[in-house]
Design a protein. Sequence first.
Length: 227
Amino acid sequence: MNWMKRALPALSGLLLALAIPGVADAHSLKDVEGQIKEQERFFEPKERRPAPDFTLQDADGHAVSLADFRGNVVVLHFIYASCTDECPLHADLIARIQEMVNKTPMRERVEFITITTDPVRDTPEVMKGYGKAHNLDPVNWVFLTSGPDRPEDTRSLVRRFGHQFKEIEGGVEIHGVVTHVIDREGSFRANYHGLNFEPINLIIYVNALVNDVHPEPSFWDRLRAWL
């Protein structure tokens, strides 16, 4: 069995390399969405619309906006670092997905964003340690906060994404687990719910978005929209 464990990472990489280009070459984005929806019950495609915008700050205090990632597909999720239940599992799942993505050419076109809903306790020091603890690679991952002076901002942002983190006693927050996907043009495209979806189904969808090109509308398209 030891040889199987040693071979598994290489086999996974080979399967990923084979699976992703095939889907991208053979199907439109709509086809990919339909196929994933048939196979992945935790996948929720969204009507294409602008994702909730934000300007937050990273662990070094630099301002970061969603618009900064225009041109890349964004995989975004919310956590709070003192959570001992689902948040660390969610971060570990995102790290596994990031590792697989970063073995492909998509590495340059995908950004992973973690946003804290507890900006008072999640200090810059906590944020800097969180990625290391969960094997998140800073090459295309960032941890964002509203800062302790605006603690409600990120919980408001969660609600704009369609769910919530509700604080109860002792700093504990009741919340759902959702992974949000935003396309290269800043449009909100999908949710993956919970922790039990197949990572490859998110990666295939991200790959489809990376390779999806929306041409400029023609004169007649603009005219029909105006009429």
